[in-house]
Design a protein around this ligand. Structure first.
Ligand code: SF4
Length: 357
């Protein structure tokens, strides 16, 4: 059931008595907001929607997602692509194929393409840089989402023309991070984010809601870490258990709690680009619409050829997937029904002081 917006005058009055300055929320206030229900929760949603409208407008940015490799060297406990998952189907698109899929995305009208994969070192920095150079000739913004690499590699991708980089920290709790990501540390992840920012990327980060072991206090800290990092883009999605992982039997992340988290993120980072995530749409068929009503302004339709996409199982997929044109048509239909126009610009960062190419 999609909520109807409630008329409000100011964010401050809406959130009173929870806080006086919504972008300066304390941890205690965030924990309180995360637990809102009923009418109070509607106030939070309406406030986030208002902040979204005033800061990033009504337009929704569509980013075409290309999942080009399902190989991963890591073993994250919650992810179906983890290297220990012998049941995962593995595939790699060769460079020419990636460029061909990108060209199809541009033909369909996308102004941003997101190249995503597991951490797959089969693609050297030279190979990836060449792929980006080819795609940039198509006059489109390029985002990479390929995990942790060295400073020099990040720089090479940037010099090849990459505009943006997505790297979520997943949880701000160092112990939980280490438990969920064997052999990895939160410190290393944060250093990568710092490097990306220093190089000049528009940086995206974010976290998961409802990870086993996560408390409301940790979730509030996740939001405060976002406030500290000031990323240009933030992806927040619920935990979706994959049966072929050690966390396959855990409870999934709560959709409403995820929506409240997205809404609070919008209050903390008014100018950020926030997607209504695929994970949200996987947990709830109305997930995209709800996310867009709780402060989101981005949707990332999948343009990976279906024969590969069904093997990219970070978690079990929606069953009603279609080829690139069909996914785009569904997104357009939804936005039309919601009265939200589709942006025609590249959708670069709106962060104050951020230089874009
Ligand atoms: S979450 Fe990312 S890094 Fe971790 S196993 Fe999955 S694809 Fe690899």
């Amino acid at each position: 059931m999609i909520k109807q917006p409630v008329a409000v005058h100011s964010v401050e009055s809406v959130l009173y008595p929870f806080c006086n300055n919504p972008d300066q929320l304390s941890k205690e206030q965030i924990i309180r907001l995360l637990q809102l229900t009923g009418k109070e929760e509607t106030f939070l949603q309406t406030a986030a929607d208002k902040v979204r409208r005033e800061n990033v407008g009504e337009e929704v940015h569509l980013r075409g997602l290309i999942e080009f490799s399902s190989y991963c060297r890591n073993d994250c406990l919650y992810c179906g692509l983890r290297r220990s998952n012998a049941k995962a189907h593995r595939y790699r698109l060769d460079p020419d194929e990636i460029v061909a899929v990108a060209a199809e995305g541009v033909r369909l009208g996308y102004r941003t393409l997101v190249l995503q994969s597991g951490e797959d070192l089969w693609y050297s920095s030279k190979t990836l840089a060449r792929i980006v150079e080819q795609i940039k000739k198509l006059d489109v913004a390029v985002t990479l989402s390929i995990g942790e690499r060295s400073f020099q590699e990040y720089k090479d991708f940037f010099l090849a023309g990459t505009d943006r980089f997505l790297l979520r920290f997943e949880t701000s709790d160092p112990d939980l991070y280490q438990h969920l990501h064997p052999g990895q540390t939160l410190g290393a992840r944060l250093r990568c984010l710092e490097n990306l920012d220093r190089i000049g990327y528009q940086v995206g980060s974010g976290h998961i809601v409802g990870l086993p072991g996560q408390t409301l206090s940790i979730l509030a800290s996740d939001l405060l870490l976002l406030k500290e990092l000031q990323p240009d883009m933030v992806g927040i999605g619920p935990f979706v258990p994959d049966p072929d992982t050690p966390l396959g039997g855990a409870l999934p992340g709560d959709v409403d709690l995820t929506l409240r988290t997205v809404a609070i993120c919008r209050l903390l980072l008014p100018w950020a680009h926030l997607p209504a995530t695929t994970a949200l749409a996987t947990r709830d068929p109305a997930g995209y619409a709800k996310g867009l009503q709780y402060g989101a302004n981005v949707v990332m339709p999948n343009i990976t050829p279906l024969k590969y996409r069904l093997s990219y199982q970070i978690y079990p997929r929606r069953s009603n997937q279609s080829e690139a044109a069909g996914e785009l048509a569904q997104a357009r239909q939804l936005l039309q029904a919601m009265g939200r126009p589709i942006a025609s610009s590249y959708g670069h960062s709106l962060k104050p002081g951020r230089n874009t190419k």
